[in-house]
Design a protein around this ligand. Structure first.
Ligand code: G3I
Length: 388
């Protein structure tokens, strides 16, 4: 990022006028921390009214094979940044089947309960991820010998139990995750539910989730759908069909796992807009921007600049669409990112260095958030705990 742009972001951030203190009416437990001076320079307090800036909460998945204790429970600085920078949190792995439903008759809710409690304490909303997916399913499910009727009951019970437990506490659910391949074909072989029960099961999953929590917004979520392409076309057609049939689908989400090795997805805003035009909410749910770092190389200034521009363009695309109200990064600090574990020789995909100092990408996001609120219509001003 150019020095002038960094300076502009810093100036914009400090230009926000803050109240001296919040009124004392609300009890500390039912309001987020007051936007005091320390808060003026964070992402969440720079967002426009009704816009959520989120992150995945590290846990499960690749973390279990890494040489550090579970970040969410053990890294105090991680928790502080998580609470102060973000107004939305997503479970990185803690709501996936293999994690939350490890045996047929046993659920493991403790970690998710802790995340929801943390979110409430910090005035954050929660995104639920995910209910119907081809990946990270427990062995008892994938290898089980179930009749179609049993499988159907297993899925329904899972959805009613998990969605029901957190009813009223989850803003958006990724009900169906990654159901199409890159050609826009349903993953009929990989996805146990579609393979065994047929494509109609996806609509049933939305119906059951709606029954269990009528307030939650129910989403399709996928990667590689940022642009208008065969895969996003497939979602567009399916969702049109669902809406015509009255299936309770409310949103379409693009994950945003990007690499500066490739061009920025063309026409992202127009693609989000066509889903918005169907009457849906849209969201960016898992963005990170990786780069090639062969043999442990450090990122160059040019790589960081390009990364910052990708984050910023994705955020601008979302901010440009009326009902794109939620922008979530898939982790905020490099040391806990899934990227280097999964893609050898790539990394530095998040917005913070390992010591939680900010990269150009952080400032780029902050700059766009501040610019999107020219009259100073920031989130905190509309919080019920704040009165002029
Ligand atoms: O299942 C194997 C297990 O058999 C093996 O013993 C073990 C050895 O390390 O690895 C296990 O797989 C791991 C898996 O989590 C299981 O929990 C993978 O290595 C590990 O890379 C994986 O990580 C998670 C990944 O989803 C799984 O797909 C990441 O933590 C998580 O960040 C990532 O998140 C996904 C979103 O949910 C959906 N969109 C894409 C996004 C990035 O992949």
């Amino acid at each position: 990022m150019k020095a002038s742009r960094l300076a502009a972001a810093a100036m914009l951030a400090t230009a926000i006028t803050l109240p001296a203190a919040l009124p004392s009416a609300a009890s500390p437990s039912d309001r987020p921390e007051p936007p005091g001076l320390a808060k003026q320079d964070t992402l969440r307090w720079s967002t426009p009214k009704d816009f959520r800036i989120g992150t995945a909460v590290a846990g499960g998945g690749h973390h279990t094979s890494q040489p550090y204790p579970a970040p969410f429970f053990n890294d105090q600085q991680y928790r502080e940044v998580l609470g102060s920078e973000f107004s939305s949190v997503s479970a990185e792995n803690q709501m996936k089947w293999e994690f939350i439903h490890p045996e047929r008759n046993r659920y493991r809710f403790a970690e998710m309960d802790a995340i929801v409690e943390f979110a409430q304490k910090h005035g954050q909303v929660v995104r639920g991820h995910t209910l119907l997916w081809h990946s990270q399913n427990p062995e008892w499910l994938e290898e089980g010998d179930f009749s179609d009727q049993e499988l159907r009951t297993i899925l329904k019970d899972h959805i009613m139990t998990v969605v029901g437990r957190y009813a009223g506490q989850i803003q958006q659910w990724d009900v169906a995750n990654e159901i199409f391949d890159s050609e826009g074909n349903l993953r009929t072989e990989e996805n146990i539910w579609i393979r065994e029960l047929g494509p109609g099961i996806v609509a049933d999953a939305f119906r059951w989730a709606h029954q269990a929590d009528p307030e939650a917004k129910l989403f399709f979520n996928d990667y590689g759908v940022e642009a208008n392409n065969a895969k996003s076309d497939a979602y567009y057609e399916l969702i049109k069909d669902y809406l015509a049939k009255g299936v309770p689908v409310h949103g379409f989400a693009v994950q945003g796992h990007l690499s500066i090795r490739y061009g920025f997805p063309a026409g992202m805003e127009a693609n989000l807009q066509r889903f918005d035009d169907l009457g849906l909410e849209t969201a960016v749910t898992e963005i990170d921007v990786r780069m090639d770092l062969p043999n442990g190389a450090e990122p160059t200034a040019a790589q960081l600049e390009k990364q910052a521009s990708y984050y910023q363009r994705a955020l601008d695309a979302c901010l440009g669409v009326e009902d794109c109200n939620s922008f979530t990064i898939w982790g905020f600090v490099d040391k806990y990112s899934w990227v280097p574990v999964f893609f050898e020789g790539q990394g530095a995909a998040t917005v913070m260095w390992n010591d939680y100092t900010r990269k150009p990408a952080y400032y780029a996001l902050q700059e766009s958030l501040v610019k999107a609120t020219p009259g100073g219509e920031h989130r905190w001003e509309h919080h019920p705990a704040y009165r002029h």
